[in-house]
Every structure is written in C-alpha cells, then in structure tokens.
Design a protein around this ligand. Sequence first.
Ligand SMILES: [Zn+2]
Length: 109
Amino acid sequence: MIIPININVLGTQVRIKMVTEEHIKSHDKDNPDGYYEGSQQCIFLSEKLDNENLRRVLLHELFHAYLTISGQTNYLKSNQEEALCFVMESWINLFRDSEFVEFMQDEYY
Ligand SMILES: [Zn+2]
C-alpha cells in the first residue's frame, strides 16, 4: 500500500511518517499503532501495521489532525476526542459499501 507523504488538512500540510512500534509506545503506552503530534503537524504510524489496519489508523489519526488544526479540540476532553475519532473512523466504512454509495449518489434520495 502506498501511503502519501503529506496530506492537506484544512490548508496545513500534515506529514505522515512510518516509525517503529517502540517509537510510538514511547509516546503513548496505550496505543502502539499511531498518533498525531500537533506540534510537528505529523502523523506517526507503526511500520508493523498490516494494510487494513494501516488504513484504519491513518483515518483515525487524520481525524485527530482535523480536530486539532480546526481548533475543535479546545472544546473536547480527551475521551470525547477519542470517541469522535472512533466514530469517524467507523463512519468512513459506510462509503466502502457500494450499495450505500449508490444510494447517496441517487438524485431522488
Ligand atoms: Zn485516537
């Protein structure tokens, strides 16, 4: 899977770096998969992730980046931010379902 080096988030270039699981654990012992570092505008992802989890974790961290860059994290407690990122990460799976995509593109819905 090809992962972009940068993603434009609300006009800010967010870098994406693949790093060791040890690097990520040193930042957050509870989540060995990845994290978003706002001070560096960078998403760090574990190089141990398989393709399916890489996509899921990248989406999750991208939502953290959106919330941080847009300033919305100022209104959220950390558990609320996690819940929102989890919901968004799950929500995007709807768009992988072709019947749902066809429904959303139907001009009569
Ligand atoms: Zn999170």
